[in-house]
Design a protein around this ligand. Sequence first.
Ligand SMILES: CSC[C@H]1O[C@H](OP(=O)(O)O)[C@H](O)[C@@H]1O
Length: 365
Amino acid sequence: MLPTIAWQDDAVVMVDQRKLPTREVYLTCTTPTEIARAIKTMVIRGAPAIGVTAAYGLALGVRRSKAAGTKQLTTEFLKDCDLLAATRPTAVNLFWAIDRMKHVFSEKVLAGASVEDLRQVMLAEAQAIHDEDVASCRAIGKFGGALVPEKAGILTHCNAGALATAGYGTALGVIRGAIEQGRTVSVFADETRPVLQGARLTAWELVRDGIDTTVISDNMAAVLMRQGRINFIVVGADRIAANGDAANKIGTYTVAVLAKEHGIPFYVAAPLSTIDMRTLDGDAIPIEERNRREVTHVGTTQIAPDQAKVYNPAFDVTPHRLIAGIITERGVARAPYTESLQALFDLSAVALAETGDAPVAAGAR
Ligand SMILES: CSC[C@H]1O[C@H](OP(=O)(O)O)[C@H](O)[C@@H]1O
């Protein structure tokens, strides 16, 4: 398999995740419009992957532009930013990546960069975002893997793996990190209705890695918990609010409530680019509602009558009180989250460099 997303010959190549697990088909995007369509139609999905893809989309636009000067290029660039920002509302990585590309673009223009300079700089920044995300996932795997019991039955929901990131994964990064640290791991993957990212994508990733994986329908998790077959739960996130409330795939809140009932630790794994300190709590996180057909059809098979109403929120919010810890590339944040999450951002480059491994943040164990 090629990586989830790659820059190749001034184009962006990505696996069409709608076709997995049965077909490994690659899509090549050459314009910001094609990138926006790929994000909106979930050819590529997953918060970090969406951010990386949007960054490449902006680089594509700058490199394809016929603008004679930076004034025209700026107009085109800002239009591309708006186009990509309108694709999906919940994953904050999308807006984080666009803001970061905008910041670099404007700094360079103010410094007198030429159109050609900007063509190079914007691609370099997108590639930096890509590389940083893979490094973050590996660090998340290291910190998270250390939390996993020696003999672990791990439940995960949706797909927060290599397919949802630039590689290695967040929640699946914790699973990979645990195995690399010598844990014995069996994974239970919620199928995750209605788009089935768990059955189609998580199971596909894990079995390719030779990891013991059992696919379950979403309504089976409780009985496995009651049977004592699950002792660790880890999921990804699309946006984490300043107080630690976490938006993730619909059904995650259900898993968190069940985990509380059964005394099983429930962790969220996410890079700092998923933490939005400007969103104070989960009630302020915009929740995407998607097309009714995702619920009424499985593939081409209709499973609900046309006359029925459909409610299809793509995400729900898990209150911070249900979260044992938030595993990031700079350590594991514990309640009270506003303080411990801010401490992760405040960790200085010096502190990070001195320890090699990012120290665990204040307020975190
Ligand atoms: C590593 S974040 C992945 C996150 O994104 C998924 O949503 P979608 O497939 O709709 O993009 C899901 O919430 C995952 O946990």
